[in-house]
Design a protein around this ligand. Structure first.
Ligand code: UDP
Length: 315
């Protein structure tokens, strides 16, 4: 049986990834310190023989007795609000956490997959962003703690590959949404859906002309799984190229939820990227991957999830 470690396994992406790995027949060791992860995301896996949860901060060394085939490093605060509130933890999990988990992969001769991010491109000067673009990151701005930690993590993974011969994979994840996002993690999808469902104004930052491209979580997980099985060592973008402005996205959410919410504007956060859209030609050519879920369908299940959370709150 293939055993796979997922750090951040109780988080939004980590828990969906764990579901997919279990469905593919893997045994999953889920590691999380629960600072932004949530046990509710893995409650449905409790009691399974092929699933184990270990509460641990991977910024500290970790020792696992089991044979391990894959280590997938997904632990990190991942929303701008989270990494503003947890700047040191964000830097540590991207640097020390990557070092510790690469050390685990080396000891176990396991394959390693790093969750990197479109944030390595910073406020990009090239559009859409191909993997060959080196980025435009402000190292000392408030987002620098996340961006630079992930850039360091990529460098470290490549060094372990080149120097120790570890089989490493790097996925650059673009904006992703779906059930199990935290309503108040500050990201635009949960923020707008939560506001629309409560009838509160949707908070568009700046004039809303900045763009993002939103990928549904099952598409993202499929791309990651294909990457894990592939031979590609260099980074690969996974994301949905359908780009829209934040203002357009706010209008879409209002329409989709049938909400009577209005739109209000708030100041644009420092270093907020003005444009973002993945160039996915590499994922398409090497992994035979492209996203399948339309925004409208992805939003339907995401909104249903948030409606359930709201209903539970009312009880
Ligand atoms: N945003 C917004 N209102 C919110 C939250 C976010 O207008 O309540 C904007 C934010 O300024 C950014 C975009 O939505 O331009 C996406 O923000 P998010 O925090 O989801 O992630 P990012 O892509 O910036 O990492």
């Amino acid at each position: 049986m293939t055993t796979t470690v997922v750090t951040g396994g109780a988080g939004f992406l980590g828990s969906h990834l764990s579901d997919r790995l279990l469905a593919e027949g893997h045994r999953v060791l889920c590691i999380d310190n629960l600072i932004t992860g949530n046990l509710a995301n893995i409650a449905h896996l409790e009691g399974r023989e092929d699933f184990r949860f270990i509460e641990h901060d991977v910024s500290k060394p970790l020792f696992v007795d089991d044979e391990i085939d894959n280590v997938l490093h997904f632990a990190s605060p991942a929303s701008p609000i989270d990494y503003l509130e947890l700047p040191i933890q964000t830097l540590k999990v991207g640097s020390l956490g990557t070092h510790n988990t690469l050390g685990l992969a080396k000891q176990k001769q396991a394959r390693y997959l790093l969750a990197s991010t479109s944030e390595v491109y910073g406020d990009p000067l090239i559009h859409p962003q191909p993997e060959s673009y080196w980025g435009n990151v402000n190292p000392v701005g408030p987002r620098g703690v996340y961006d630079e930690a992930k850039r360091f993590a990529e460098a470290l993974a490549m060094a372990y590959h080149r120097y120790h011969g570890i089989e490493t994979r790097i996925v650059r994840i673009f904006n992703t949404y779906g059930p199990r996002m935290r309503p108040r993690d500050g990201r635009v999808v949960p923020a707008f859906i939560d506001q629309a469902l409560r009838g509160e104004p949707l908070t568009v930052f700046g004039d809303g002309s900045q763009t993002r491209s939103f990928c549904y979580v099952s598409d993202l997980v499929d791309g990651i799984y294909r990457l894990l099985l592939s031979d590609e060592v260099e980074p690969i973008n996974i994301g949905n190229p359908r780009e829209m402005s934040v203002l357009e996205f706010a209008e879409t959410i209002i329409e989709h939820t049938g909400s009577r919410s209005e739109i209000t504007h708030k100041p644009l956060p420092v270093d907020d990227p003005k444009i973002r859209q993945p160039d996915i030609s590499k994922a398409s050519a090497l992994l035979g991957w492209s996203p399948r879920v339309e925004l409208e369908d992805g939003l339907a299940s995401t909104v249903a999830y948030f409606e359930k959370l709201l209903a539970a709150e009312a009880i």
